[in-house]
Design a protein around this ligand. Structure first.
Ligand code: ATP
Length: 453
């Protein structure tokens, strides 16, 4: 059973995201563009950490995967062959009472009668298919022959470049091609903050294999991907695997798992892991007339490889990380009184800022100079944030709210004014336990690098 939704928690998360510069509504000063979001200074760091970690695990750490970066503008022939021009659509219905455009599956059923979720109206137009692709024109002439599409998924450019990548990388089956990039879908109702957007990013791997390996690799990738989500801090108990039933799977897929997460607004898909058989390569071979076969040197046979695809959403995963991390607890202020604090318990590997550095007092030149030395020492290895303004408790609080896992304070002990044995040491504070340890400045880079990797 899915957990009940938590609207209040979600509102607090959306507000924190804006207040601290994670995510802003796109074109906000003009009233906003629905379904588009801009990532602010902290959001962009979090998003990059996620993408870099995915890339490290899926490409750099493996011998059997290479990357590519395809164009967003896509030739219509590609999307005709893949079936998107014909079939990438959602059934749409209009409410005649409030004029809302709705996806047919969004109508709410009360006592067996379908109602509009906005106004409760019961008078609807017939359902019609609405294609989700954004169409544009390439060049000056807006005519049929100049039509192009903004890609609705990154996968198709991988299929279309399969032969080129195979030739240059000289990989043997099974092997994969990975890509991270923007995708666009004209969703009928963007909603749940960034969860369903019209412009978003995907992290996709197309893992090519022999037909008999497909089902086994589907299991393998499902498990790998679950481990990934745990490694970025999502609790295993909030992750769920849905074995998509035959009737809901794409007709060419022999097996699909959805990896779902318990968001405050309900259990929703983070990633699809699908065994797509040889459908995509076969379609493109047929439509282009170019061979997309693989010559198997062992069996001396030509085959069209099958493919297993783990396809994840960057924005949905960023949102899941923020939802997971958001917490309210009690922390002592400068007078030692307990106060409520907001803390983002982001995994240190994902946190936008890794370490904050504070001189105890801003008007004591030797403290400030030493703190700036530490900034310079750590900066080549990680993102750091220098803050000298306000009481130290307030400074911690500001960092807790953006999820900075470590805080270093330079005090009079650091200068060796009281105990010479403590000269060149600082306090290192842990965001979650709020425990402080005394460490040598020269050990900071290695201690922190170990904890953020
Ligand atoms: P949904 O059923 O939620 O519309 P989907 O099954 O159509 O998603 P896929 O085509 O499998 O999604 O795309 C792979 C991944 O891309 C999804 O698991 C999701 O993380 C991401 N994604 C898809 N559509 C959107 C969107 N509108 N906004 C944000 N992310 C999206």
């Amino acid at each position: 059973m899915s957990k009940p939704t938590d609207t209040q928690r979600m509102e607090k998360i959306v507000s924190l995201c804006k207040r601290r510069g994670f995510i802003f509504q796109s074109s906000e000063i003009y009233g906003g563009l629905n379904g588009a979001w801009d990532y602010g200074p902290l959001g962009v760091e979090l998003k990059r950490n996620l993408k870099n970690y995915w890339w490290r695990l899926m490409v750099h750490d493996r011998d059997d995967v290479v990357g590519m970066d395809g164009a967003i503008l896509t030739h219509p022939a590609v999307l005709k062959a893949s079936g998107h021009v014909e079939g990438f659509s959602d059934p749409m219905i209009d409410c005649r009472t409030c004029k809302a455009h709705l996806r047919a599956d969004q109508l709410v059923e009360k006592k067996g009668v379908k109602q509009c979720p906005n106004c409760g109206g019961r008078d609807f137009t017939e359902a019609r298919q609405f294609n989700l692709m954004f169409q544009t024109h390439v060049g000056a002439a807006a005519e049929e022959s100049s039509i192009a599409y903004l890609r609705p998924e990154t996968a198709q450019s991988i299929f279309v470049q399969f032969k080129n990548v195979l030739d240059v990388s000289r990989k043997k089956l099974p092997f994969g091609i990975a890509q991270i990039g923007k995708a666009f879908r004209n969703e009928i109702n963007p909603r749940n903050f960034t969860f369903r957007s019209r412009e978003f990013e995907q992290m996709e791997l197309e893992y090519f294999c022999r037909p008999e390996q497909g089902m086994g690799l589907l299991e393998y990738w499902k498990e790998e991907r679950l481990k990934f989500y745990e490694n970025i801090g999502l609790e295993r108990a909030k992750l769920h695997v849905l074995n998509v039933p035959d009737a809901e799977r794409a007709f060419y897929s022999k097996g699909t798992y959805d990896i779902e997460y318990d968001f405050p607004f309900g259990r929703q898909e983070l990633e699809g892991v699908a065994y797509r058989t040889d459908y995509d390569l076969s379609q493109h071979q047929k439509a282009s007339g170019k061979s997309l076969e693989y010559f198997d040197e062992e069996t001396k046979e030509k085959i069209i490889p099958h493919v297993v695809e783990p396809s994840a959403g960057v924005d949905r995963t960023v949102l899941a990380m923020i939802c997971e991390a958001y917490a309210e607890d009690q922390a002592p202020n400068d007078k030692g009184e307990m106060e409520s604090r907001i803390v983002l318990r982001l995994h240190p590997r994902m946190a936008p800022m890794k370490c904050a550095i504070f001189p105890l007092l801003k008007n004591k030149e030797p403290l400030v100079a030493k703190a700036k030395e530490i900034v310079a020492l750590l900066r080549p290895h990680m993102t750091v944030f220098y803050d000298e303004s306000g009481a130290i408790g307030r400074r911690y609080r500001r960092q807790d709210e953006i999820g900075t896992p470590f805080g270093v304070t330079v005090d009079f002990e650091t200068l060796g004014e009281r105990d010479p044995a403590l000269r060149e040491t600082v306090t290192l504070r842990d965001r979650d336990s709020m425990k402080q340890e005394r460490v040598a400045i020269q050990d900071l880079p290695s201690i922190l690098q170990e904890r953020i990797r």
